[in-house]
Design a protein around this ligand. Structure first.
Ligand code: DGP
Length: 113
């Protein structure tokens, strides 16, 4: 989608550090990491947010599954990690293309601020 930062990342128009890519999903390092590991997992197609995936459990499941696999590959499984999806303004979503945050590598406070 025009003017979507994450669509531009998928298209290679904005540089990113890829950690995983296939036809459906893309994972890359967050530009403003909140933890030693902070990866974003997104669908390659434009989807506004998780609220648009309520009728698409297969894609939602594959997004989460890929985040879990990446956590394992990045060595986070033993110590633990956090998966977060922000939805809408009050949810703290700043980029309108659905993304799963994978955070780990340090103890994470709960509840988040
Ligand atoms: P959220 O607040 O849940 O919408 O998270 C959006 C995240 O996207 C935020 O942690 C920063 C990240 N981000 C924004 N712009 C860019 C960018 O151009 N490149 C990368 N790698 N990450 C970005």
């Amino acid at each position: 989608m025009k003017d979507c930062i994450f669509c531009k990342i998928v298209a290679g128009e904005i540089p990113s550090t890829p950690l995983y890519a296939d036809d459906e999903l893309y994972a890359f390092n967050d530009i403003n990491p909140k933890a030693p590991t902070h990866v974003l997992v997104i669908p390659t197609e434009h989807v506004d947010g998780v609220a648009a995936l309520d009728e698409r459990p297969e894609l939602l499941g594959r997004l989460m599954s890929r985040a879990v696999k990446l956590a394992r590959e990045l060595g986070l499984e033993e110590a633990g990690y956090r998966l977060v999806i922000n939805q809408g303004e009050d949810g703290g979503q700043s980029v309108g293309h659905v993304h799963v945050h994978l955070l780990g590598g340090r103890p994470l406070n709960w509840p988040p601020g």
